[in-house]
Design a protein around this ligand. Structure first.
Ligand SMILES: Cc1cc2nc3c(=O)[nH]c(=O)nc-3n(C[C@H](O)[C@H](O)[C@H](O)COP(=O)(O)OP(=O)(O)OC[C@H]3O[C@@H](n4cnc5c(N)ncnc54)[C@H](O)[C@@H]3O)c2cc1C
Length: 563
């Protein structure tokens, strides 16, 4: 029997993939989290299929990336076909510096199963399934939610609440936050098939034939996703009968074994965004904050970025070290990118869904014409239309108005405001792994250069700040160097690329990496104190409450291991 009042630090509402990710990231870091979900099992709907490297990086932190990769088609691209199945544009699989394939084709229910099991088995996370939040209120000190479950009604008091309860978010409405935007008139049927024997390349195929647009996305182990646009007047119930499905997929499967239809459903896409991602002590993440058509494969990926971005900031708030500026940086960093992803999804949708002979002929001619221009070809081939996320609008310390100037260094894999690259490194003990596995999800101050150049006189005040912040301090040495025998503090690049000290940098160069792996600053030794002072506007580690569980100074994980 659950007691009628529960207290916790963070209440996460909704155990979709995004809510589970946020809850696990915070519970792993020692926060007292309650996760509430109205279903009693993981979701099993045919939804996300395209996964980006950044999401895999977060799943790696949670220890589920390897299992997910084993069920995914890694390193994929996209192909767009026009009338008469003529190839209009191709985005080849692009290299990634993140340590994970840039784009992979996966299965959302497999991901949800992995996260659900992890949440159920978690030693401290309290996961209440078959439980629905029915009322929420907040004041300056905390949030209180009424939940209704198998054991009756319970009140949960928390310091912070995260609404991860999907597109129809109750939390969003209860917080009085508007969702603005529109709904697409077109409906689509999505069918997940098993038993595919036809070998296909590692591409998501968009067939924009102008008759009935469709999308094919192969997976591993005989999985194949097929989506068809429905016409006005086609009834969703009639189109999801076994007979109608067999008819639709006949061009790809002459004889369809009903057992091979894993899932089928009709969906309508929305292009909507919450006017605000925060109201007081309530934050929105995932589909509760933004909804977008699936054509760019961005909805879930945006949600995982939200969870990764918000969770470490709330951990700082629980420690008493976060300023309002840090908490507000969540919206400042995430909402603009979601708007861009909604716009790009709409644009791709317009290309894919155009019908009619004249329109599609003009479309095909226009795309073929502009693709001849090398910059446009490059833009399409390298998927540049998916703008990389950039947190420069939030906690990124760069020269700018009102800020003392920091030198700006152009490091290929360490651009301020963007995720840091993840080179393979080895330590003095001969252990080899990705940089993340030596750092963990916490602040890191990585110094680049030769052992001699990084041996600069320590700046006492700044040193004290990094220590209070719990930042792991590492020296990254060029390939071929020998790491000193103090495990963890010196790492050697196993190949020279991608973190090189640029010409002109005087002595060692420091990269300040946030717990979500975004680059907060790149600076030389003279500016170490300036950076520490600027960061204090966001986080004052000296204000931290004594709390051994979340001191931020946990040992780095062993390569390939997880906390
Ligand atoms: C056909 C299709 C294809 C897609 N393809 C892609 C793709 O390729 N790539 C991509 O990135 N995204 C894609 N998406 C989008 C992606 O599926 C969603 O963005 C993702 O599922 C959102 O996850 P979430 O955790 O935010 O929300 P949800 O998955 O909707 O989870 C919300 C959870 O909250 C629970 N809940 C709701 N209200 C309450 C309450 N009051 N109390 C307790 N629990 C509650 C629900 O039961 C649910 O479990 C696709 C979507 C569709 C439909």
């Amino acid at each position: 029997m659950i007691e009628s009042q529960l207290n916790c630090e963070v209440l996460v509402v909704g155990a979709g993939p995004v809510g589970m990710t946020a809850a696990l990231l915070m519970a792993d870091a020692g926060a007292d989290v309650v996760l509430v979900e109205r279903r009693n099992e993981p979701g099993d709907e045919p939804r996300a299929i395209s996964l980006q490297d950044e999401s895999l990086r977060t799943f790696d932190t949670l220890g589920v990336a390897d299992a997910l990769k084993a069920e995914s088609l890694l390193d994929t691209g996209s192909r767009y076909f026009g009338r008469n199945e003529r190839l209009l544009a191709e985005a080849k699989p692009v290299p990634s510096r993140s340590g994970h394939p840039a784009k992979s084709q996966f299965d959302q229910p497999i991901l949800e199963n992995l996260l659900f099991r992890r949440a159920v088995e978690h030693s401290t996370l309290r996961f209440l399934t078959s439980t629905e939040v029915t009322a929420v209120e907040q004041d300056d000190h905390g949030v209180s939610a009424q939940v209704s479950g198998a054991d009756g009604d319970v009140r949960i008091a928390a310091q912070w609440l995260i609404g991860a309860d999907g597109g129809r978010s109750f939390i969003r409405r209860a917080a009085g936050i508007e969702l603005v935007g529109t709904t697409q008139p077109q409906r689509w049927i999505v069918i997940d098939l098993l038993g595919e024997k036809h070998g296909r390349g590692p591409f998501a195929e968009f067939h924009c034939d102008g008759i009935r647009p469709y999308v094919l996305v192969p997976g591993v182990k005989g999985r194949l996703r097929i989506e068809f646009m429905l016409f006005d007047g086609e009834d969703p119930d009639a189109m999801t009968t076994p007979g109608a499905i067999a008819e639709l997929v006949r061009p790809f499967r002459q004889r369809l074994d009903p057992q091979d239809v894993r899932r089928a459903s009709v969906y309508v896409a929305h292009q909507r965004i919450a006017e605000s991602y925060r109201r007081g002590r309530i934050f929105l993440i995932g589909d509760a904050a933004h909804l977008m058509p699936p054509f760019a494969g961005q909805g879930l990926n945006a949600g995982i970025r939200d969870a990764t971005n918000l969770s470490w900031k709330l951990l700082e708030a629980l420690r008493g070290a976060a300023s309002e500026q840090l908490l507000d940086s969540y919206q400042a960093e995430r909402r603009g990118h979601a708007e861009k992803m909604i716009a790009v999804s709409q644009r791709i949708g317009r290309v894919v869904m155009s019908t009619g002979r004249v329109t599609t002929r003009l479309r095909d001619a226009a795309i073929r014409g502009i693709s001849l221009l090398p910059p446009v070809h490059d833009y399409l081939a390298n998927m540049r239309f998916i703008a990389p996320p950039d947190v420069s609008t939030g906690l990124a310390l760069t020269p700018g108005v009102g800020k003392p100037g920091l030198p700006s260094y152009d490091l290929k894999a360490a651009v301020v405001g963007q995720p840091v690259g993840q080179p393979q490194v080895s330590d003095a003990a001969g252990r080899t792994g990705g940089l993340d596995s030596f750092v963990g999800p916490r602040w890191a101050l990585v110094t680049l250069g030769s052992p001699a150049s990084t041996d600069h006189p320590a700046n006492g005040t700044a040193e004290e700040y990094w220590d209070a912040l719990g930042a792991v301090r590492l020296q990254l040495l060029p390939a071929g160097s020998t790491a000193a025998a103090c495990p963890g503090s010196q790492l050697v690049l196993t190949e020279q690329e991608p973190l090189l000290v640029p010409a002109g940098a005087d002595g060692g160069l420091h990269i300040l990496i946030r717990p979500d792996r975004y680059v907060a600053a790149v600076f030389d030794s003279q500016h170490e104190l300036t950076v520490a002072e600027q960061l204090t506007e966001f986080i004052d580690p000296h204000a931290r409450r004594t709390d051994n569980r979340r001191s931020g100074s946990a040992e780095p994980t062993t390569p390939g291991g997880h906390p």
